[in-house]
Design a protein around this ligand. Structure first.
Ligand SMILES: Nc1nc2c(ncn2[C@@H]2O[C@H](COP(=O)(O)OP(=O)(O)OP(=O)(O)O)[C@@H](O)[C@H]2O)c(=O)[nH]1
Ligand SMILES: [Mg+2]
Length: 250
């Protein structure tokens, strides 16, 4: 069972207009500060924030109750001029948890009226998070034949394919920077990653490595996924035949 918390800036569009036309730099500063603060507040509680279009944030929030969500919301209300609406959902797959959070907000299922929190909380039983950390093998060599902007274009095309492929497996993909992606994965998503790696190798001549982490809480799953990825690199760098996928659980 995975629990997702989605935070979205409330009434952002109309509010941005109040800043006039010379506003883009201010919005960028606000969005970056908000992300920084959210990552700090949630990671302290064993969660991880995934940046989604900068005005919306996804958090894998297994283990976090309503009380902790209210505490975080209070801190945010004190720190920022804009307010955030929080919606919470849980389900067997990350995509279904996202649907449940959406349903909670659309149907105004109130968890805490004063602090704008909607949705459905998991009772904490059967908590399970699977994270896949995917990374391009030796992006550095591509950088010798492609300019920085061309590399970005390659990475975003890859992101687009990854997002579509794993959404069909009820899994959610996020771009983490550089050549790094994380998929909040369902069992189906995890079981399909070899096919995805093979498809991208054949279609685009891009070689991917995938570290997988399974844990009860998100930060532990992310840590294990990255450790798995680093293990693939270590095997490769010893000159041995490397696996494309490596998995750790706790
Ligand atoms: N988000 C995130 N970014 C990382 C991480 N490690 C490296 N990066 C970013 O990824 C970029 C590319 O680094 P690497 O993937 O190590 O370079 P590479 O040539 O592909 O080397 P290998 O992946 O080992 O084959 C770096 O410049 C960083 O921007 C990580 O754990 N998380
Ligand atoms: Mg790489």
């Amino acid at each position: 069972m995975i629990q997702l918390t989605i935070l979205k800036i409330s009434g952002y569009g109309p509010w941005t207009l109040t800043l006039g036309s010379d506003r883009e730099h201010e919005l960028q500063i606000l969005q970056a500060s908000l992300y920084q603060q959210l990552q700090k507040l949630f990671s302290e509680k064993n969660c991880l924030v995934f940046l989604n279009r900068s005005d919306e944030f996804f958090v894998v929030s297994n283990g976090l109750g309503l009380k902790e969500h209210i505490e975080i919301q209070k801190t945010l209300e004190k720190s920022f001029e804009v307010n955030l609406t929080i919606s919470i959902g849980f389900g067997e797959s990350p995509f279904h948890a996202n649907l449940k959070a959406f349903e909670g907000k659309e149907n105004k299922i109130i968890l805490d009226k004063e602090h704008n929190i909607f949705g459905f909380m998991s009772n904490g039983s059967d908590s399970k998070v699977t994270i896949m950390h995917l990374d391009v093998d030796d992006i550095t060599s591509k950088g010798r034949t492609n300019s920085p902007y061309e590399i970005s274009s390659i990475i975003f095309q890859l992101y687009s394919k990854m997002s579509k492929y794993f959404l069909e497996k009820n899994s959610l993909t996020f771009f983490m920077g550089g050549d790094n992606f994380m998929v909040i994965a369902s069992d189906d998503g995890k079981n399909s990653v070899q096919d995805f790696i093979t498809m991208i190798k054949n279609d685009d001549q891009i070689f991917l490595n995938c570290g997988i982490g399974n844990a009860h809480l998100c930060r532990d799953a992310v840590k294990l996924a990255t450790k798995s990825l680093d293990t693939i690199r270590e095997i490769r760098d010893l000159g041995k035949e490397k696996p494309e996928i490596y998995e750790l659980s706790c």
